[in-house]
Design a protein around this ligand. Structure first.
Ligand code: SF4
Length: 342
């Protein structure tokens, strides 16, 4: 097994208890970016996954693989050029791609909230952190009793491990890790069922990263939160995720539980990603890298999108796009070689 961190983890009740309810179900979702006079950029194509309460899924891939587009589309927060052209996103059985904006606003933040990338700079520098958390409560829950708001702010700060007296402090008085915790507190303000965390540990040093991961893991166990974790870091995925969706060039390369991904990955891209990950048991082993670059989404290759970089590509790979092949109850991969060896 190449490069898996040695941390063993308790994956929580979600995996032990298969009876957990599905809260989010993405079915065959496709998203294009449309620009006048140009072919559409097929940013996401035919992607599916499910998420149960208390479960944590990692969306993994290089920059430009479509993971952030996919994440934004779940709450229809795409920029104006982005369009969902196919598929469905069910939240508790309701299709978020077709409900009205008014209905969707009842779900945004209250039921599904987001910890955005770049949280370090997302806080308003001239307002106290407590004020900003209070605003998240009043904005999204206007009926919340005014006399209970400060108590709720303290409760939220406590939940993310920040002492109550820091409520009156400004963001510049917080460390990077505390700011990220404050952003998580804001995302928890309305007791959501699902949190989408977009690269929440990027730009933090490894010790703080570990603390934030532990916090998210504890929160999902304590509150039964389902978490979509967007990252390019396989180490992070190994630490806390239950299952993993590996994306390449806007499509699913492989989707499986975390142990299958690390122990029996079948897609050459997943295998190459794992080889590029440092192996703690072989400190002198040279790291490998994947030559070349991810494809431009408005100029995709004809066949498999990974073909120009794939070390085991065959002739067919350059002309025919592979289908998604089911390899087990919870394991799919899109590769011609997988099809041949099934
Ligand atoms: Fe590589 Fe071909 Fe499989 Fe694509 S389909 S990952 S190019 S072997």
């Amino acid at each position: 097994m190449p490069g898996r961190p040695t941390v063993e983890k308790d994956r929580g009740e979600a995996q032990i208890n298969p009876t957990k309810r599905t809260v989010l179900e993405v079915q065959n979702l496709s998203i294009n970016y449309i620009s006048e006079g140009k072919p559409p950029a097929r940013a996401v194509e035919n992607v599916s996954f499910t998420l149960k309460e208390g479960e944590l899924i990692g969306l993994v891939g290089e920059s430009g693989c479509g993971k952030t587009t996919l994440m934004l589309s779940l709450l229809r927060l795409l920029p104006s050029a982005g369009q969902i052209v196919d598929g469905k996103v069910f939240f508790n059985g309701k299709d978020l791609t077709t409900i009205s904006e008014k209905e969707l606003n009842k779900i945004r933040w209250k039921e599904i909230s987001i910890v955005f990338q770049g949280a370090m700079n997302a806080l308003n520098p001239v307002r106290t952190v407590g004020d900003q958390i209070a605003e998240a409560i009043t904005k999204h829950m206007p009926d919340f009793p005014k006399d209970k708001i400060q108590g709720r702010v303290i409760e939220l700060l406590d939940l993310v491990g920040i002492a109550a007296d820091h409520k009156e402090h400004y963001p510049h008085q917080y460390s990077g890790g505390m700011r990220q915790r404050a952003m998580i507190a804001m995302a928890l303000a309305c007791n959501p069922q699902v949190i989408i965390a977009d690269e929440p540990t990027t730009a933090l040093d490894v010790m703080i990263q570990a603390q934030i991961l532990e916090l998210l893991d504890n929160l999902r166990k304590k509150l039964g939160l389902a978490i979509v974790f967007v990252t390019h870091d396989l180490g992070v995925v190994a630490e806390i995720c239950d299952k993993v969706l590996v994306m390449y060039g806007g499509v699913t390369a492989e989707y499986a539980d975390v142990d299958t991904i690390y122990n029996s990955a079948r897609h050459p891209y997943t295998q190459e990603l794992l080889k590029a990950f440092p192996d703690l048991t072989k400190p002198k082993k040279k790291l490998s890298s994947i030559p070349g670059y991810p494809p431009r989404l408005d100029a995709l290759p004809d066949g498999c999108r990974f073909a120009p970089r794939c070390p085991v590509a065959i002739a067919r790979c350059h002309t025919e796009q592979p289908m998604l092949h089911k390899l087990g109850d919870m394991h799919i991969a899109s590769c011609h070689l997988v099809e041949a060896s099934k």
